[in-house]
Design a protein around this ligand. Structure first.
Ligand SMILES: [Zn+2]
Length: 613
């Protein structure tokens, strides 16, 4: 393991101790919204003189800490929980008596319970699920795992884990781990993760869950009423996994399953290893939104296998993953669709960079960020994903595709199950570029991508002509040269719909909007991406007849990108903001805490205003 610069988002001192394994024994209390039990950490002592183990926690109530000796004998250890920092949480220091500090590996058992406001945990009310049963899920990324497990919560550390989870009878627990079969008492579930992962990938969900296999190594978990639709939607999963292996090398996590979540799930997808958590908004009925699945699957290589050592370099996870996503979409669904996704993503990247500049945050448009003192959830943007992806595409352009594919496989092989920082990445890349036959890519060009804000001179050319036909139709329709009923929407994929709607101006007349709405049943339902673009247009034009649809949509989803997109559009005008406040008052209980914060930043930019709500 390479030595890394300290992680600004963790109290851990990995020069003294490194946590190698975590054994959890936790009960889920759906009434109190708490997990309670023990975490036993296997800790390796790196510095023989060290006598204090420091861990990350947030909101945890620690009741006891024990050293478990090889003989099984237990010894009480003194501990101290410091005053919490608003971003990092509270430092937990555990002192070792002199006798024990010399053992190279030791087991430390911590008895604790989580806060009922743990930032990693979202406890859903039965009314928020499809089957009206209680539901719990965890989201560790970026620095939330410490709110349900005391450990070294930095992606520079990798752990294996095992867990015993106790749930109310009738509910099923799943984790980012393999299920340990056995005869457990009712309501007990056992798991083991034998591949070492960064702590943010330890994940748990509990609900009324069923499983359907989609192949030897793949399958889908979800609530019973959604299982058939999810299995139909993601039937391509085995083919996706094979395509991923063709491109990036062997799949090293044994199984790849999906967990399709309730609507309140805050993300499009979260790449928890072996079991990606997926928003139900991707179940479009026509397999048109599977790019999210392809993205989460691609994390099986970039992110989960080779991991950014700190959140300052989130681009090492997301840039490579977004590149792989693009390649897999091209492979599985054709070049045209891949080009459309690229053109849309490029437009969004340009807007993000402009917005960062306007907000006085130009330096945040570099790939490598300085997030010290900031919450990584706030500092991270599209840039890590899309600029990161174009950096990888730039390398592909230099290498040529076949040579670049060999480079990619070599990169994943060389760094499998390791965490990586930019100096390590840069040195490895530059050494690779010295091989006979490798292309020229001077260090200065690479450094411009990694360290400089904005888009560098070596930005690849993005094919934007792919929307010319739709753009022409959009302006012809607006000018009355093409009738609404004559629009060739049957041939459109959702991205063409999105483009058509995005092209419409804010002064589009109500009767034209009404025609679109009634002819194509635009509203809160159907394909999520089309509904989102339609509702953005509704807000942009102030088209009041569709406001009830907007409200229904915002009440029916808790997915960050959808919620934030619509509330930012609403926050642009005073009347929009007033409507936003009314809808938010109703939608708020269903949103994840971090989304509430994001929406409140949009609706109540002056500090203190939200408090009066
Ligand atoms: Zn990702």
């Amino acid at each position: 393991m390479t030595a890394h610069a300290a992680d600004p988002h963790s109290y851990a001192d990995t020069g003294k101790f490194v946590v190698r394994h975590v054994a959890l024994d936790l009960s889920t209390d759906f009434e109190a919204h708490r997990l309670a039990g023990t975490a036993e950490l296997t800790v390796e002592q790196v510095d023989p003189a060290a006598d204090e183990l420091v861990l990350d926690t947030r909101g945890l109530e620690i009741s006891a800490v024990h050293l478990v000796e090889a003989s099984g004998r237990e010894r009480v250890l003194a501990f101290e929980l410091a005053e919490p920092d608003p971003i990092l949480g509270a430092r937990l220091s555990i002192g070792f008596p002199h006798c024990c500090a010399a053992t190279s590996q030791m087991r430390i058992r911590i008895a604790y319970r989580t806060s009922n406001e743990a930032s990693a945990l979202q406890w859903l009310e039965p009314s928020q699920t499809f089957g009206a049963k209680p539901y719990l899920y965890s989201q560790g990324q970026a620095i939330h795992t410490r709110s349900w497990i005391p450990l070294q919560d930095t992606p520079s550390v990798r752990v294996t884990y095992e867990a015993r989870i106790r749930t109310p009878p009738g509910l099923v627990a799943v984790m980012s781990a393999s299920r340990v079969e056995g005869t457990w008492p009712a309501g007990e579930h056992a798991f083991a993760m034998k591949q070492p992962i960064p702590p943010y990938l330890i994940a748990l969900a509990v609900g009324d869950l069923r499983f359907q296999a989609l192949g030897d190594r793949t399958g889908v978990w979800t609530e019973p009423s959604r299982l058939a639709a999810a299995a139909r939607e993601f039937a391509d999963l085995p083919r996706m996994l094979e395509a991923g292996e063709q491109m990036a090398g062997p799949y090293r996590w044994d199984r790849y399953d999906l967990l399709v979540m309730p609507r309140a799930f805050a993300f499009g997808g979260m790449e928890n290893p072996r079991l990606s958590f997926i928003s139900p908004s991707t179940v479009a009925g026509d397999r048109s939104l599977v790019a999210v699945i392809v993205h989460e699957l691609a994390h099986s290589w970039s992110g989960n296998l080779v991991t950014n050592a700190t959140w300052d370099d989130f681009w090492l996870n997301e840039g490579f993953t977004t590149y792989l996503e693009h390649r897999l979409v091209e492979e599985l669904y054709g070049e045209r669709r891949a080009q459309m996704e690229s053109a849309i993503a490029y437009g969004e990247l340009v807007r993000t960079i402009e917005d960062l500049e306007k907000a006085g945050r130009r330096e945040d448009s570099a790939l490598h960020l300085d997030l010290a003192g900031r919450d990584p959830d706030e500092g991270i943007s599209d840039v890590a994903y899309q600029k990161g992806r174009w950096f990888v595409s730039f390398l592909e352009e230099r290498f040529g595709r076949p040579a670049f594919d060999a480079f990619l496989r070599a990169y994943f092989d060389a760094h499998a199950f390791q965490s990586i920082d930019p100096p390590t990445f840069r040195a490895w890349l530059l050494a690779y570029l010295k091989r006979p036959g490798a292309p020229a890519a001077p260090a200065a060009e690479i450094d411009a991508w990694i360290s400089q804000p904005g888009l560098p001179a070596t930005m690849p050319k993005v094919a934007t002509g792919v929307f010319e036909g739709v753009d022409m139709l959009a302006s012809d329709w607006r000018a009355g040269r093409v009738a609404t009923g004559a629009l060739p929407v049957k041939d459109w994929i959702p991205m063409e719909w999105v483009r058509f709607l995005d092209q419409q101006p804010a002064d589009l007349a109500d009767d034209r909007l009404g025609e679109l709405r009634s002819t194509f049943q635009l509203g809160a339902d159907g394909n999520t991406e089309i509904a989102l673009s339609w509702l953005e247009l509704v807000i942009r034009t102030g088209y009041e007849p569709a406001y009830p649809d907007l409200e229904r949509f915002l009440l029916n989803t808790g997915r960050w990108r959808l919620v934030e997109t619509l509330f930012s559009e609403l926050a642009r005008t005073e009347s929009g903001r007033a409507l936003g406040e009314r809808i938010y008052a109703k939608a708020k209980p269903g949103y994840h805490a971090s989304i509430r914060e994001a929406v409140e930043r949009l609706l109540y930019p002056e500090p203190g205003r939200a408090a009066s709500q």
